[in-house]
Write a protein that binds this ligand. Structure first.
Ligand code: UD1
Length: 358
């Protein structure tokens, strides 16, 4: 599907490029196709390793991108600038009725910005999330994207309220979270997989860390690893390439079992069978919640504030005096559903169709 004639027939161009966006696209692309909408994926190439990129397209049956800009890694400004040029060129030749973006990465901002400057309306999925910490690149990306989007799809009432506070009230839809749709669609297949050797259900913790604030500062990373060393069970750690580049692997704590980044199915399986998750990821806080696993978030704030209620998720900024063991020993309150009913993708697709018909 990479000739210009077909590209010019697209209703929707979805700009994406980082691992969490591939997961979000899986249910949404399916729902768009079911309504007969012609969608083309434009991959920025922000993530490009097999384990950060291609494996998701294969496992989740996501449509193959129409084009890949292959921008690769760079400083934030340069990476976003390269994406802007590539997205603009693609949108000029495809001229879609709408551009769709997900979340808060540099690919999100570049897609939205290139589109609005060409007068193409933008729909933002996962709108209204806020950490109120502008030191996070994601906070800048999501704020900018929300303020230039025409349609805003929020995972929760709280997110819609955040938008209202900033004066964004039109075409805001609370649909629930498309990541819940993905968990529901793939959990059965995920739990058929085998765990990494030596690990058994409830016999290990799962760790993921990749935020610049945690991994770019060697003291902070060392502080996290010292805390991990105190844990009473093995810790499975699929390492993000950004983090791996900063590690002295032979000197890691003995209880760590390191692996390459996991594909989506292996990750859901590893998470669903773990004693608890320790992470700085946004999406994984929710995945832990939906799979009813406790989560410790290695940050001082979270966008997903609802997960903190009832003690399922607890903030633990690295360097804090609080003992990780004390948090892990607590029993959380009764679990209740969060972020919708698992039909967000269908709801979003129906709203997009309505918008495109008017
Ligand atoms: C990005 C997103 C973050 C998201 C995360 C998911 C931004 C600002 N951040 O962070 O919100 O949670 O993706 O993973 O967009 N690298 C590789 N191979 C890859 C991808 C990255 O080796 O396939 C390495 C590169 O050295 C690169 C570093 O990882 O410099 C960081 O990658 P980048 O995409 O810039 O940001 P993430 O940290 O992955």
């Amino acid at each position: 599907m990479n000739n210009s004639k077909e590209v010019s027939q697209l209703d929707v161009v979805t700009v994406l490029g980082a691992r969490p966006q591939f997961i979000k696209a899986a249910p949404v692309s399916k729902a768009l196709a079911q309504l007969g909408l012609r969608e083309g994926l434009l991959h920025t190439g922000q993530h490009y390793d097999e384990k950060m990129d291609a494996i998701f397209f294969r496992e989740l049956s996501i449509p193959f991108p129409v084009e890949n800009l292959r921008v690769g890694s760079d400083s934030h400004g340069r990476q976003t600038a390269k994406m802007l040029i590539g997205v603009e060129d693609f949108l000029r030749k495809s001229n879609p009725a709408l551009v769709l973006v997900y979340g808060d990465t540099n690919s999100t901002l570049a897609g939205a910005l290139a589109a609005v400057k060409l007068g193409i309306p933008v729909a933002h999925i996962e709108a209204g999330l806020r950490s109120y910490n502008l030191a996070m690149p994601e906070e800048v990306n999501r704020r900018m994207t929300d303020h230039i989007s025409r349609l805003l799809f929020c995972p929760s009432d709280h997110a819609a309220e955040n938008l209202r506070t900033e004066g964004i009230v039109n075409d805001v839809f609370v649909t629930g979270d498309v990541m819940l749709d993905a968990v529901n669609a793939f959990r059965e297949a995920a739990f058929l997989r085998t765990l990494p050797e030596g690990l058994a259900r409830d016999g290990y913790y799962l760790l993921t860390i990749h935020r610049p604030s945690n991994v770019d500062d060697p003291d902070r990373l060392a502080c996290i690893l010292r805390m991990i060393e105190t844990l009473d069970y093995p810790v499975l750690w699929p390492i993000h390439p950004r983090t791996l580049a900063r590690l002295d692997v032979p000197k890691l704590p003995q209880n760590l079992i390191v692996s390459e980044p996991l594909g989506y199915l292996d990750l859901l399986n590893a998470l669903g069978n773990s004693k608890a998750l320790i992470t700085d990821s946004g999406g994984m806080q929710k995945e832990a919640y939906w799979l009813q696993r406790k989560c410790i978030t290695l940050r001082k704030e979270t966008e997903w504030v609802e997960t903190l209620e009832g003690g399922w998720n607890t903030l633990l900024p690295p360097g804090s005096e609080v003992e990780i063991a004390a948090i892990l020993a607590r029993t959380p309150d009764t679990w209740k559903p969060l972020y919708g009913k698992g039909n967000a993708a269908k709801d979003i697709a129906a709203n997009l169709l309505r918008f495109l018909k008017t």
